[in-house]
Design a protein around this ligand. Structure first.
Ligand code: NDP
Length: 306
């Protein structure tokens, strides 16, 4: 069965749209998200445009602040501190990757975790590891919501995560191994966890055998067709995070997007599987909106993170 991230994300957006409209009708302001974009990375520009469109659909006030590629690190950090202190801003994100002369870790460390709706700062991750309220990294959070939506429990399951990046693999593994996660105020009850997790990466030996022992496989490697049918146990759940461009002369763009899973051959073995596109991607954006709404609730309705 296909795990339809596009549909579940649309349902989340619709719920948020109604909540935003309800609050507005009752005299409250709308939530505000700021997106900081540095330079002109073509993929980043597309991601940012999609995020802006999604915000507008649900009625979130969204502002893009764009800086040229050569902005000085010190100036960018000053702008981030201004956003931290700006009472009209509920949440903000700095679109990654950043140009080489800017330290990603300095940027992330400067963002106030209460406004960190991407859930990527060391403070957010550290708090999440300790079970304290914090925004979860958007992509893993979206995967949890997607599993929730299809009533797929992770309790006691062996989950193999391929990839150990700070934005996907590590936070995903951490969330899965937690005791059921402490929900934030007004966030849907995404209380998954209690899994036995194996994290794999490029130095892992016997990847095939490890994957075959998994009840759930989450692939976030950025390597087309990495997960083959022979690596998947009959009936396993397969979540494909990868977004890869492969040449395709028949497409008007000259390329098409594929995931990290050999979908055509794995689909018949998996009990549930996400497509690319239309699986994890839309869920990631839906989480950004949900987190912005939660941050807004904290500021407007007084449901604060402590
Ligand atoms: P990174 O490149 O930061 O990390 C990739 C990870 O995969 C690394 O840990 C790497 O191992 C591991 N890896 C790579 N090749 C193999 C292999 N052959 N066998 C085992 N492990 C391997 O990528 P990200 O985590 O940022 O992103 C992963 C993919 O997910 C990308 O395609 C990206 O575009 C996509 N993505 C999709 C999102 C969405 O919303 N759908 C959001 C974010 C990312 P090592 O550490 O040893 O190098």
């Amino acid at each position: 069965m296909i795990l339809d991230g596009k549909k579940v994300a649309a349902e989340i957006r619709e719920k948020l749209r109604k909540s935003v409209a309800f609050n507005l009708a009752n005299g409250l302001r709308v939530p505000k998200l700021v997106i900081v974009l540095v330079g002109h990375n073509p993929a980043s520009e597309i991601y940012v445009a999609n995020k802006i469109k999604a915000c507008q659909e649900v009625g979130i006030d969204v502002e893009k602040i764009a800086f040229e590629e050569d902005i000085k690190e010190r100036r960018l950090l000053t702008e981030i501190r201004k956003l931290n202190n700006d009472q009209s801003v509920d949440g903000f994100i700095v679109q990654l990757p950043l140009p080489e002369h800017i330290s990603e870790s300095k940027v992330l460390t400067t963002i106030d975790f209460r406004k960190d709706v991407d859930g990527l700062t060391p403070m957010s991750m550290g708090r999440a590891i300790q079970g304290l309220p914090a925004f979860r990294s958007a992509t893993p959070a979206g995967i949890q919501e997607l599993l929730n939506a299809y009533n797929i429990s992770t309790e006691g399951k062996h989950v193999v995560v391929i990839g150990r990046s700070n934005i996907v693999g590590k936070p995903m593994a951490m969330m899965l191994m937690q005791r059921p996660y402490l929900s934030l105020p007004n966030m849907s009850a995404s209380s998954m966890g209690d899994a036995t997790v194996t994290v794999c990466h490029s130095k892992t030996r016997n990847l095939d055998a490890i994957c075959r022992s998994a009840d759930i496989i989450i692939v976030a490697a950025g390597s087309p067709k990495l997960l083959k049918a022979g690596m998947v146990k009959e009936g396993a759940v397969v979540i494909d995070v990868g977004i890869n461009r492969v040449d395709d002369a028949s497409s008007p763009r000259g390329y098409r997007l594929v995931g990290d899973v050999d979908f055509e051959n794995v689909v018949s073995k998996a009990s549930y599987i996400t497509p690319v596109p239309g699986g994890v991607g839309p869920m990631t954006i839906a989480m950004l909106l949900m987190h912005t709404y939660v941050a807004y609730n904290g500021r407007v309705l007084g449901l604060k993170m402590k």
